[in-house]
Ligand binder design. Structure first.
Ligand code: E4P
Length: 215
């Protein structure tokens, strides 16, 4: 399973790229705002991210209507060859997805909460589809089942669209989507660090070094 970092923070993106963890990046308007990036500064900020990460980098449109989405997407697609245009799963967003796919511009349909939304995004030619595991679980529904159902549909019809599971609240959820067969998981910096942690690893290493007389 590929791992993306779900952040617009340049230091964190650089850090986990240096660690060798990162296959790509996802951002959204909330994450950009958290870094103090205004809408008119988004292209410049994302260019800095594409300079760090060679994999796919998702940039989300602020527009909500088809014509404005296309105009915004065309501007963002000039940033770098690894840019992916993130579009909400609305009627305008899906129509924009189809148009951009036909122009060979990569797309990521986001805010996906049902298997049928994912199927429709795939039918529109989306490169990536982003189901939000954590927000589904926050609402007391089964976020992991959502990923499993999308996996079945995509496999049934051999859709090339990749499942980019998002919005994680725990490392356990990340482990579960990996077992289900999610193609990608986008993970916040705090959870990324926890992926390699286990207390028994630390205890075991301490004992080895002690037994060897090195501690
Ligand atoms: C996905 O691309 C989103 O940026 C993200 O995973 C949403 O996570 P949240 O529910 O923690 O905001």
């Amino acid at each position: 399973m590929q791992l993306y970092i779900d952040s617009a923070n340049l230091e964190q993106i650089q850090k986990y790229t240096d660690w060798g963890f990162i296959d790509g990046v996802t951002t959204n308007p909330s994450l950009a705002a958290k870094e103090g990036v205004k809408p008119e500064e988004l292209s410049t900020h994302l260019k800095k991210i594409t300079d760090i990460v060679k994999g796919l980098v998702s940039i989300e449109v602020y527009s909500t209507t088809y014509d404005e989405m296309i105009a915004e997407a065309m501007k963002y697609s000039e940033i770098a060859s690894n840019i992916v245009i993130k579009l909400p799963c609305t009627q305008d967003g899906l129509r924009a997805c189809k148009t951009l796919s036909e122009k060979n511009i990569k797309t990521n349909v986001t805010l996906v909460f049902s298997p049928l939304q994912a199927m429709m995004a795939a039918k529109m030619g989306a490169t990536l589809v982003s189901p939000f595991v954590g927000r589904v679980e926050d609402a007391l529904f089964d976020g992991l089942d959502l990923i499993a159902q999308i996996r079945v549909i995509f496999d049934n019809y051999e859709f090339e669209t990749k499942i980019l599971s998002a919005s994680f609240r725990s490392t356990k959820q990340i482990s579960e989507v990996a077992q289900i067969g999610s193609d990608i998981a986008t993970v916040s910096p705090d959870l990324l660090e926890k992926l390699i942690k286990h207390p028994l690893t630390d205890i075991g290493l301490e004992k080895f070094l002690k037994d060897a007389g090195l501690k």
